[in-house]
Each structure stands twice: as C-alpha cells, then as structure tokens.
Design a protein around this ligand. Structure first.
Ligand code: GLA
Ligand code: ZN
Length: 692
C-alpha cells in the first residue's frame, strides 16, 4: 500500500472548511456561537483563521490582543474543529503604514503606494520583516501547541513586485552574486545593443515604464529576483514558526498558473502545497475547456511536491470579481469540488465561511449567507459535500499514477511572452499548454506538470509545448531521456534562447536539434485570416490520417534524420515536413512545426503516441467529449473519478466487471450514466503503473 500521511495526524479524514474571519464580527453577540453550530451542520472540520487579522491582533504598535483568538481556538478545540492558523502579513495595519512608509510598495513607475488594499508591501523592507517576525513569534509562542491548530497558513497569495530603493539595492546584490562581474552581466544581457553597457552596479535599475523594458535578459533576471525575494520573505516568516512549532506543517496559498512567481522555488520550503481555485463556471453550456484548465492547475500543484495538495480556497457559489458573476448550477458544487480531489487534493476549503457585511467582498459566495441560517441551497450543497467527503477517507494520501508529463517552466513562459518576434500579440503560451493538456484530459490519461529541472526518468512520455528557452543541460537531459527509451514531443518555437534569453547559435532548435533530428530554418506568424494545412502522409508509422487546419505559427524545417509523418498542404511550404519523428537510442522524439487549430488533431496525435509509448489510459474505453476519467491509487485499490463537464447527460462504458461505487459500496453496472455535471467515484483492484 502506498500513501502519504494525512496532513495532520489529528484529522485523518478529508479537510472541509473555509477562511474564517470572526474578528469582523466581534461586536455582534451570538454570531460566533451560531457559526460553531453551523460548522458542525455543514460537516466542516477546519477553518483558516487570522489571514487578515493583523489590526485585530495588534491594534497599536506593540499592543497585542489575543483574547478573541484564544476564545475562537479554544471553542474550536471543544467542538472538534481544527484550524490553519494564518500569519497576518497579507495586509498590514494602518498605523504601520503611517509610522513606517518604507513598508508600502513602490510601483514600477517609482511612485510609492498610499495605505490601502492588501498584498502590497515591500518584501525587502527591514521594518516589515521585523514587524512580521514579532507578530509571527507571538502567534507561534501562544498557539504553536494549541490542540485546535493543525498547520500554518503563511500570509496570503504572495505576489507582485516592489521597486523601492531597498529593492533596487537588493536586486543589485542579487546580480552581483549571480554574475560576479559587470562584464559577465553585460555579456548576458547583451548590453552593447543600443549602448546600454553598464559601467557601475549603481546604474542598474529594475524595469520601468519610463526606463528600461527592452533588455530581455534583464527582465528575466528581475522576475527571477522577485521570486527569490518573495521566497526569502516566506522563509523569514517561517523562521520563528519552525523554531517554536516544528511539528506543524506549513503552507502558503497559491493562485492558478500565477505568472508573477516561479512557484517551483517554494516547493522545498513548504510542507504541503495549497492553492485557491476559482473556476468561473457556466460561461458556456459546455464547461470542458475551463474544466481542463483547472485540472491542469490541480496537476501542477500536485506535481510541485509530487504528493497530495490542499484546495485551500474555492467558492461555494459565485465569485464577485469577474465581469458577470454566475451561480453554480445544481450539481456543479459537488463536481467542481470532487474534481480537485480527483487530481490529488486532500481537502475542499472555501473562501469564505460567512459573507462579510461590508466592503469589497460582501457579495462573494460564502457558506453562510447574509440571511444567516442553514436553509439555503448553497449551505445544503456544502453540507452534502461534507458528508460525501466523510465517506472518502480511504482516498486520503493516495497518489496519481502519471506516466506522462508536460513541461512548463516559468522562465520559459516569461521569455516567450517577452520576445519580440513572430507573434507579438497572441503567442498563446498558456493556451498552447492547455491545447496539449486537454487532449490527454479527454483521453483520460493522467499528467504531471513538471519543470525542466525535475526528474524525467519516471515518465514514458514527456511533452514540452513551445519550450522556447532551453538550457544546454536541459537539452542533454532530454537527449538522455529519449536515448533511454522515452518518448518526447516538442513543437514550433522551441530551443530558441538560452537561460539568459540569448539566441542559440548554429541553428534552431538549439540543444534539441540532435534529439529531434530537425533543423528549423525559419518561423513566421500568420495573420488571423491566413491558413495552412497539415496533411498526413499515407501509411505513416503513427497511423495518422486526415488534413488539419494550421493557423498562427508555421516553421520551415529540414529533416536531419527524422522521418516525416505529415507535410504542409499549402503556400510555398507545400510538401515540407510539419510533423516528424526521430529515433534516438531506444526512444522517439516528435516535432510539430506548426500550430494546428483543430483540437481533434491533438487527441488523435496523442492517442497514437501514448499507445506507442505504452502509456495507459485510466479506463480502456471511449470517453464522450467533455467527460474525463482521473485516478488516485494506493497500490491496492484504484479510485476512478468519472466527471461530466459536457453540459449534457453522458454514458461511460466500464472496461471490466470489477468496479464498485465508493459511496454506496454497490457493484457497478457495465454502463455508467452521468447526469449533467455528474460525477461518480468507483473503486477497483489496482492496476500496475510504472510511475508510483
Ligand atoms: C483570493 C483571496 C481571498 C479572497 C478570494 C476571493 O483567493 O485569497 O482572500 O479575496 O480571492 O475570490
Ligand atoms: Zn521595496
């Protein structure tokens, strides 16, 4: 049996709960007592407390008030409710901004913010760091051993950058450490271009709208610095906490494919990854594209540590920050929540428990509405999900047997979007990831989302869409992976620059050229009305057939040993290779030279490639469009999640008689009917996977 331990030995069941802000209600007698009653009714066992409570904990500098929090946590303990205790640094008290303006963030335009909002402090400021250390130490001393506390929630949704003088200095120090000499920095940033050569470290400034934005290497380093500085701030927050409560796990809540921070750099620091998922369901009748996007995110967050994660926030009904806020249709709450579980979450938590009475989130969905009682549709949906989760304890800690991975590097993403090249609007990096991901999602093939620095050896198939930035070492690693028998897939606009955003010399795709067996001579962007076509060659070894529309990006390639599977059908490109495969050692490397517009192409392509690579689908049967199957396993049993995002009723044929419904225990019929937004969890004897 293979499982990881539950996040807390005190709660070996699914965590179900919400962000809870009792400090907003201190002058409303009875609300807290009523909340406790409602939490039990909703089958909630955990609350994230104190996320933005700094001014309630320290009303004036050095004057701490913990009595309200003592009461909350003690009452939780008496009632079998647990807490993630937050450090309050996501928003700071007004007195602090007034007394120490250096804690306020300075924008790229060099204007310092006034007090207001949240998530807007300088992570470098010694004052902010000291104030954070003090409050975190107090919290850890007082609550580090509290029976209700099961873990730490550091700050809230880290993000953004500060351009103050302190941050400029820290950036220069970071660069000195990285490059050693100005000469090396000038080479890496290609500063002879437009006479930007630096002759003194003090001349270096962060990117600014009225200053430097065109030095791509500098932009990349700034983003890396911002990540490092934020990780360092998070580590700083954790120091007293680790010292005073070493046994409590630590997390910080992340956001979906957040661009500003390379989340992989947080993975080693944290004990468990958690994130906040806010799908805006029902923009279309068929929700499958959005569902695939959120599945991809769940897979990313699971892959960060290669183990189950926590869904730290989600909305029980609607959000209030998009243009139009729609309610979750009946069934969607259960489907959306169990989707996270299917992909490796060991919790379902919400923002928020009780709707605030005022300010900007008063209309954001919550378990308890302004009406204040349990007789609401949303409350009942939450309570019913809580009951379902109580029956799923066997799933806690189980793993996801992915034999396939998609490569997504933050620095590649930053570089490919910053490049001024073939498409300055619509390079579509994330969209491209999703297109490739979605094909596997429709096929029911589990995926990990990994970085170039992760271990490749556990996978049979690795797909790297638009890997524009490729280090020499990454190229060698991919080569070894293929030589050893792996299957690799790359696309157009790959192997173009190195880690400093300097173009690879001697022919693209640079360090991938030998592996892919092609030389990409030219790449162009197509206008919105331009088309080309991918035409499968007869009797190609992958067994593909048909013609598929190409849009947006085309590359002219020459085979250097790769076999052509499909050619361009149009323009002066006609007859040139567009899909190739190269044999190297025991493996194969595919190259797709153009952006194919038909989603059906990718399903066909990956269906064939996966089969050849020996990658198993979780279910050996056809899944209707918009219906996916995901799996968690403990090595003895597999838990199969069938999920219907198509907006229509659907039917799935099982591939053996060995299935039982996890919730009822009843043996399952051969054909499973899924209603609109239907989800079923079935159990079978575990199958064998190579990656466990
Ligand atoms: C984020 C924050 C919460 C809340 C929600 C609203 O996830 O962490 O505090 O603002 O968004 O959707
Ligand atoms: Zn700063």
């Amino acid at each position: 049996m293979k499982k990881v331990q539950p996040i807390s030995p005190k709660v070996p069941v699914f965590l179900h709960g919400a962000d809870y802000n009792p400090d907003q209600w201190l002058s409303y007698p009875g609300v807290f007592e009523e909340d406790i009653r409602l939490m039990k009714l909703a089958h909630c066992n955990v609350m994230s407390v104190g996320i933005f409570s700094w001014s309630s904990l320290e009303r004036a500098e050095g004057e701490y008030q913990f009595e309200w929090l003592d009461h909350v946590l003690d009452t939780f303990a008496e009632n079998g409710i647990f807490a993630f205790l937050a450090t309050p640094s996501g928003a700071r008290p007004t007195w602090m901004s007034a007394a120490y303006p250096e804690v306020l963030r300075t924008g790229a335009n060099r204007v310092r913010n006034l007090h207001g909002f949240r998530h807007n402090h300088c992570y470098t400021s010694p004052v902010y760091r000291e104030k954070t250390r003090l409050i975190n130490t107090k919290l850890a001393e007082r609550y580090g051993k509290h029976p209700a506390v099961i873990g730490w929630h550091i700050s809230n949704e880290f993000g953004g950058d500060c351009h103050c003088e302190l941050c400029q200095e820290a950036f220069r120090e970071w660069l000195k450490k990285k490059y050693g000499s100005l000469d090396a920095l000038n080479q890496a940033w290609w500063t002879a271009f437009w006479s930007h050569t630096y002759t003194d470290w003090g001349q270096i400034e962060s990117p600014a709208p009225h200053g430097e934005t065109q030095a791509h290497g500098a932009n990349l380093d700034w983003k890396r610095f911002v990540t490092d500085q934020t990780v360092d701030f998070c580590r700083h927050e954790m120091t007293p906490i680790r010292e005073l409560s070493p046994e409590l796990p630590v997390t910080t809540n992340m956001m979906d494919l957040f661009e500003g921070l390379d989340y992989r750099k947080f993975a080693d620091l944290l004990d468990v990854i958690s994130w906040d998922a806010y799908p805006t369901w029902h923009e279309n009748l068929d929700d499958s594209k959005l569902a695939a996007w959120f599945s991809m995110n769940h897979d990313l967050f699971r892959s960060l540590k290669g183990k189950p994660f926590l869904l730290m926030e989600s909305t029980p009904s609607l959000t209030n920050w998009q243009a139009v806020s729609k309610l979750k249709r009946p069934g969607m709450h259960r489907l959306s929540s169990l989707q996270a579980v299917a992909h490796g979450s060991d919790s379902v938590q919400y923002f928020q428990w009780r709707k605030s009475r005022g300010s900007s989130e008063k209309f954001h969905g919550a378990v308890v509405d302004h009406a204040g009682h349990e007789h609401t549709r949303v409350f009942q949906d939450v309570a019913s999900l809580g009951k379902t989760l109580e029956g799923l304890s066997d799933v806690i800690g189980t793993f996801t047997p992915a034999e396939t991975a998609i490569v997504m590097d933050w620095d590649n993403r930053w570089a490919v979007k910053d490049a001024q090249g073939v498409r300055n609007r619509g390079i579509g990096y994330e969209e491209t990831l999703l297109t490739h991901y979605r094909a596997f999602w429709e096929l029911g093939i589990p995926l990990d989302i990994i970085g170039s620095e992760d271990d490749f050896s556990a996978y049979k198939l690795i797909v790297a869409p638009m890997l524009y930035l490729v280090r020499e070492e990454t190229g060698q690693k991919i080569e070894r992976f293929v030589e050893a028998g792996g299957t690799f897939v790359a696309t157009y606009w790959s192997g173009i620059v190195n880690e400093n955003d300097l173009c690879h010399l001697g022919g693209f795709p640079g360090p991938l050229r030998r592996t892919l067996g092609v030389w990409s001579e030219e790449t162009e962007g197509l206008h919105p009305d331009d088309r080309n076509e991918l035409v499968c060659l007869e009797a190609n070894q992958l067994g593909l057939s048909g013609r598929f529309e190409i849009r947006e990006i085309c590359e002219i390639t020459h085979s250097e040993g790769a076999e052509t599977l499909a050619v361009y059908g149009d323009d002066f490109y006609a007859g040139r290779p567009v899909l190739t495969v190269n044999r190297l050692g025991y493996g194969q490397a595919y190259h797709l030279a153009a952006r194919v517009a038909d989603a059906s192409f990718y399903e066909l392509l990956y269906g064939h490639i996966a089969q050849k690579a020996g990658v198993s689908k979780v279910l050996n049967s056809h899944l209707p469009a918009g219906v996916t199957a995901q799996i968690r396993s403990d090595g003895e049993h597999d838990y199969l999640f069938l999920m219907n995002f198509s907006g229509k009723e659907a039917e799935v044929e099982l591939d053996s008689a060995d299935y039982a419904d996890v919730e009822t225990g009843a043996a399952e019929e051969r054909f499973v009917r899924l209603g609109v937004y239907g989800v079923r969890i079935l159990k079978r004897r575990a199958r064998r996977y190579t990656h466990q």
